[in-house]
Design a protein around this ligand. Structure first.
Ligand SMILES: Nc1ncnc2c1ncn2[C@@H]1O[C@H](COP(=O)(O)OP(=O)(O)O)[C@@H](O)[C@H]1O
Ligand SMILES: [Mg+2]
Length: 230
C-alpha cells in the first residue's frame, strides 16, 4: 500500500547539504499500524511529508496504492492527499474561526461533496470520536484532548484508507495521550492503515511494528510477536 524505495531527501543550507533522508526503504501493508520512531532531527517529519505527498524526495521512488507518486503533478497530488490520506498533527491544526463541525467538514468541502451529505458525514465522524454534542463549539472552547479528537474526526471524515499522525500525543498529558492512542488502535482494528510518528519510546512500545530512524537511515524494523494490547 505504501512503498518507499531508496528515498533521499537533501536540503541545501548555504553551502552545506543536509541529508534528511539517506536511502530509506520500507513498505507498509494495508491494515498495519506502524510507528516511525527517532530522536529530534532524525528525519521523521521529512519521511512523513513524503508519505503524505506534501513533499517530494530528491531521489528514490514512492508508490502509494501502486501509483508512482513522483510522476504526479500538484493537482493529482492534492487529489491523492484528499482521498487516500487523513492527517493528524501534534498541534491539531484546527481553524479557530470555524466551529467543530465546519473544521471536520473541510476535507469534504475540498472533495466537492454537497452540503447536506457533508454535514451528515462530518457528524458521523464526530459521533465516532464522541464529540457530536460539541459540534457548534469553537476550538478554543475545547480542551487539548478534545481538540485532538476533532482533528481525528476531520482526518477520518472522508474515510481515507490511510491515516498519518505526526506526534499526535505530543501536546497532550499522558492520560489524554493514552486515550488518543487507544482510539487510533480501535480505528486500526476497524481496518484503517496507520503510520504514526513519535520520539517517545513509551508510545512506540504500545505499537505492533516499530521502524527506527536515525540520521536519515532506518536502523531497525521490528514487529512484536505478542502485543497484549491488541
Ligand atoms: N526545510 C528544511 N530545510 C533545511 N533543513 C531541513 C528542512 N527540514 C528539515 N531539515 C533538516 O533535516 C533533518 C531532519 O528533520 P526532520 O525530518 O524535521 O526531523 P524530525 O521530524 O525527526 O525531528 C534535520 O537536520 C533538519 O534540521
Ligand atoms: Mg518532526
Amino acid at each position: 500500500m505504501i512503498e518507499l524505495k531508496d528515498i533521499y531527501k537533501i536540503y541545501l543550507d548555504g553551502d552545506s547539504e543536509i541529508h534528511a533522508l539517506d536511502g530509506v526503504s520500507f513498505q507498509v501493508e494495508k491494515g498495519e499500524f506502524v510507528a516511525i520512531v527517532g530522536s529530534s532531527g532524525s528525519g521523521k517529519s521529512t519521511c512523513m511529508n513524503i508519505i503524505g505527498c506534501l513533499d517530494i524526495p530528491t531521489s528514490g521512488s514512492y508508490y502509494l496504492n501502486g501509483t508512482d507518486v513522483s510522476t504526479m503533478n500538484e493537482k493529482q497530488l492534492a487529489t491523492i492527499r484528499n482521498r487516500e490520506l487523513g492527517f493528524i498533527f501534534q498541534q491539531y491544526n484546527l481553524i479557530s474561526k470555524l466551529n467543530v463541525l465546519e473544521n471536520v467538514e473541510l476535507p469534504l468541502v475540498y472533495r466537492g461533496i454537497r452540503h447536506d451529505k457533508r454535514k451528515e458525514m462530518a457528524m458521523a465522524a464526530l459521533e465516532r470520536v464522541g464529540l457530536a454534542d460539541r459540534h457548534s463549539k469553537f476550538p478554543a472552547q475545547l480542551s487539548g484532548g478534545q481538540q485532538q479528537r476533532v482533528s481525528i474526526a476531520r482526518a477520518l471524515a472522508g474515510e481515507p484508507p490511510v491515516i498519518l499522525a505526526d506526534e499526535p500525543t505530543g501536546a497532550l498529558d499522558s492520560k489524554t495521550g493514552k486515550e488518543v492512542l487507544e482510539f487510533l488502535k480501535k480505528l486500526n482494528r476497524e481496518g484503517t492503515t496507520i503510520v504514526l510518528i513519535t520520539h517517545d519510546n513509551s508510545i512506540a512500545a504500545q505499537i505492533k511494528r516499530v521502524v527506527r530512524i536515525q540520521d536519515g537511515k532506518i536502523i531497525s524494523d521490528e514487529v512484536k510477536e505478542e502485543t497484549y494490547e491488541y
